[in-house]
Design a protein around this ligand. Structure first.
Ligand code: NAP
Ligand code: ZN
Ligand code: ZN
Length: 352
């Protein structure tokens, strides 16, 4: 298969910084769209992958799954977009397309495994996939999204992961007018969760460990902000929420949040992957018919639904634009919860 060599930024080991490197992209096949990447959001999952926090990272690793760009070429069978259009790619670039999940627009739960935009098995070239910290990407049109023309392109990039990851549970648990929603952690996912839940008409509370994010939380649309380390504040919201979206990336005690669920309420974990400590107490769950659940990204149709919703409601991410050369420093700031509220790489910097 014919390939082109393109510039990228990635890492060769868990303890090595990201550096310039070159990768191969396939020539667009009949169903492919080739996209020149203009902006790429920086997700905490990029950092987890670069540093092998979850195990299983294949090196060299080129992260990036909040991709927005311009179509440069389309294959002969492509109908979704044409050269010159704006396009977006999120966390998946393929799935089996045949299993029950795939047939029901739930590609993210493909029984045969989705192909991640990075660190996935590349069905075309063999080896593994490389993400959006690169000049261009070639993706089957099914996995390419359309960006509403009224949205700022850079600020729309985080909708592709932070947006849809919080949108999907909001939709699955039927959040709407009158729903009481809480969000744990004010970072990339957390700030999108607030905006989207407000957009759907919910009453929204933010739980944050960081007192100086209180003002931001309110400005982003939260109706209340609870500092989660303050027991007095925590006690004021016992039994309140229908849905809690927990975006915290590292192990933490979720028992105090379960206590804030209403009867039939659900706490959905989207951040931390792994065993919980301290142990989850079942008593409040059993006595209140409460659930603790998990959720991963969203399907392609659902991602388009989100983008269209954001177009209609003028919702984008709060971003800080960086150059690709600043990526290692951005990761350090992310580890200190110092992101307000998503870094987005201006990919023009890759040419420097
Ligand atoms: P982020 O921008 O770094 O935000 C995470 C926020 O969580 C921080 O701003 C902080 O908020 C809080 N936090 C951080 N460390 C904490 C700790 N040790 N204890 C308690 N709170 C802590 O990260 P993100 O990009 O939003 O991603 C969040 C997590 O979701 C990551 O683990 C990422 O891999 C995962 N993720 C999952 C999916 C999925 O499909 N399920 C998709 C995308 C990302 P405060 O300062 O307000 O406390
Ligand atoms: Zn992500
Ligand atoms: Zn499938």
């Amino acid at each position: 298969m014919e390939t082109t060599n393109v510039k990228a930024y990635g890492t060769k080991a868990a303890d090595a910084p990201l550096k310039p490197m070159n990768i191969e992209r396939r020539e667009a096949t009949a169903k492919d769209i080739e996209i020149e990447i203009l902006y790429c959001g920086v997700c905490h999952s990029d950092l987890h992958t670069a540093r092998n926090d979850w195990g299983g990272t294949i090196y060299p690793a080129v992260p990036g799954h909040e991709i927005v760009g311009k179509v440069t070429k389309v294959g002969s069978e492509v109908t979704k977009l044409k050269a010159g259009d704006y396009a977006a790619v999120g966390c998946m670039v393929d799935s089996c397309r045949e299993c029950d999940s795939c047939k029901h627009d739930l590609e993210q739960y493909c029984f045969n495994g989705l192909t991640g935009t990075y660190n996935g098995h590349d069905k075309h070239l063999g080896g593994h996939t490389f993400g959006g910290y690169s000049e261009k990407v070639v993706v089957d049109e099914h996995f390419v999204l359309k960006v509403p023309s009224n949205l700022d392109l850079a600020a729309a990039a985080p909708l592709l992961c932070a947006g849809v990851t919080t949108w999907s549970p909001l939709r699955h648990w039927n959040v709407g007018k009158g729903s009481k929603v809480a969000v744990v952690g004010l970072g990339g996912l957390g700030h999108m969760a607030i905006k989207l839940a407000k957009g759907l008409g919910a009453d929204v509370t933010l739980f944050s460990r960081t007192p100086d994010k209180k003002k931001d939380g309110m400005e982003l649309g939260a109706d209340a902000v609870i500092i989660s380390t303050d027991n007095v504040q925590m006690n004021t919201v016992k039994g309140k929420f229908d849905l809690i979206i927990d975006t915290v990336p590292y192990i933490h005690d979720i028992n105090p949040y379960v206590s804030t669920l209403n009867i039939n309420g659900t706490l959905v974990l989207v951040g931390y992957l792994g065993g919980l400590e301290p142990i989850l107490n079942t008593v409040p769950m059993i006595l209140g018919r409460k659930s603790v659940a998990g959720s991963v990204i969203g399907g392609i149709a659902e991602t388009q639904e989100l983008l269209d919703f954001c177009g209609e409601h003028n919702i984008v991410s709060e971003i800080e634009i960086i150059k690709i050369q600043d990526i290692n420093e951005a990761y350090e700031r992310m580890l200190k919860s110092d992101v307000r509220y998503r870094f987005v790489i201006d990919m023009a910097s890759l040419k420097q």
